[in-house]
Design a protein around this ligand. Structure first.
Ligand SMILES: [Ca+2]
Ligand SMILES: [Ca+2]
Length: 100
């Protein structure tokens, strides 16, 4: 019996449907699917915590003064703007933000 799946090496933010396929030695095949959801956390630098550094990281990306990653776009509009840094900062302060 073999089992395979079509999961990507890195899951993008949002929902990804992964299809698992099992096949036995007689060639019988069945599939099932699972949905993997990657949430926006605001932890831009990936240290496991949301801190002021994450807002700074996103802000520097916006200014073109530092590295950018997909994680910098926390509001999910497809670009890194001042709003992304603000959103992280608001979350850090415990205020309502796009990350709620
Ligand atoms: Ca962090
Ligand atoms: Ca954005």
């Amino acid at each position: 019996m073999s089992v395979s799946n079509d999961a990507p090496a890195i899951f993008p933010v949002g929902d990804t449907v992964v299809t698992f396929t099992a096949q036995d030695s007689a060639g019988n095949k069945t599939t099932c699917t699972a949905t993997v959801t990657v949430m926006r956390s605001g932890d831009v630098d990936g240290d496991g915590k949301l801190t002021i550094k994450d807002a700074e990281y996103s802000f520097r990306c916006y200014l073109g003064q530092g590295p950018c990653s997909q994680a910098c776009d926390v509001d999910g509009d497809g670009k890194v703007t001042i709003n992304d840094a603000r959103c992280i900062f608001q979350k850090y302060l415990g205020q309502p933000s796009c990350l709620d």
